[in-house]
Design a protein around this ligand. Structure first.
Ligand code: HEM
Length: 268
């Protein structure tokens, strides 16, 4: 199978779409929108930015219809909870729609990349794969090590609101900074032997979900999704390995992402 199209994308997309309350038939459309929206990260590519804007607007129109439906017919889902909060005056419709776009996008691409990158790490380190199969209790620390070694987000952006000095350099207000979390996650002062993929690594305080005020809202969900995904994968397909004669294909997605697999063929 191709891990990317058969597992890594459908799994988190179905989960976040279920949580929000999107009808199952609309999931393919969700993937197309999410892929376009990622273009917002390609600052220098006007076509990608236009496609991104178009998809955000389409997604917003689509979500407004679901919000209207849940106002009238509440169900057991997040959009109905947002609609109830709107009735209480806590949020307005634009905020509901903006948050749903963010949740659908953020809850989709990143976890998919973690599944593909994490499985690649396991298959490239058969000793670690064997250890994980025989000691499933290591799953949580294995997922943390995947996030540290080859996590989906390699940098985050900040803008200075006032003049600031960084590493002996002075910058004015309004300066954009790319903070290289990938480099931080491979800092030998913090992580002994940082290039080694070690699923038993202790004190793994990586930056894969960011840090501080904007720490990832979905970190707990992503951890559960990835852990359950690998648990079932190794249980059901213990002989999983890279497909012979079929190399994976990947795209490099600067500046915020690293390597993203477009296909990851495996056999089992
Ligand atoms: C492996 C999967 C994931 C990774 C690696 C990841 C990574 C990150 C990172 C690095 C940030 C901080 C961005 C910054 O500091 O500028 C962030 C923020 C965020 N993430 Fe995730 N994320 C993942 C999954 C999810 C999921 C599943 C959801 C939602 C269901 C989600 C929702 C969010 C939201 C809403 C924010 C913004 C938080 C804020 O600004 O207060 N993420 N994520």
């Amino acid at each position: 199978m191709d891990v990317v199209s058969d597992l890594a994308y459908p799994l988190p997309a179905n989960i976040i779409a279920d949580m929000l309350g999107m009808p199952a038939g609309d999931r393919e459309q969700l993937r197309r929108w999410s892929q376009d929206i990622e273009g917002v990260l390609h600052y220098a590519d006007a076509d990608a930015l236009r496609a991104s804007q178009r998809s955000v607007l389409e997604m917003q129109d689509y979500l407004r219809r679901i919000v209207a439906d849940r106002r009238a017919h509440p169900q057991d889902d997040l959009i109905s909870m947002f609609a109830a909060a709107e009735r209480d005056g806590v949020v307005n419709e634009d905020e509901i729609v903006a948050n749903c776009v963010l949740l659908l996008f953020a809850g989709h691409e990143t976890t998919a990349i973690l599944i593909a990158n994490g499985l690649t790490l396991l298959m490239a380190h058969p000793d670690q794969l064997t250890q994980l199969k025989s000691r499933p209790e290591l799953m949580a620390s294995a997922v943390e090590e995947m996030l540290r070694c080859d996590g989906p987000v390699v940098s985050v952006v900040r803008e200075s609101t006032e003049p600031v000095s960084v590493a002996g350099q002075d910058f004015g207000a309004g300066q954009l900074f790319y903070l290289a979390v990938y480099a931080g996650n491979h800092d030998p002062v913090v992580f002994p032997d940082p290039a080694r993929f070690d699923i038993t690594r202790a004190h793994n305080r990586h930056l894969g979900f960011g840090i501080g005020t904007y720490y990832c809202l979905g970190a707990a969900l992503a951890r559960v999704e990835a852990g359950e995904c690998f648990r079932l994968l190794l249980e059901r397909l213990p002989g999983i390995q890279p497909a012979a004669n079929q190399a994976p294909q990947w795209t490099f997605v600067p500046p915020l992402g690293g390597k993203r697999y477009d296909t990851l063929p495996v056999e089992f």
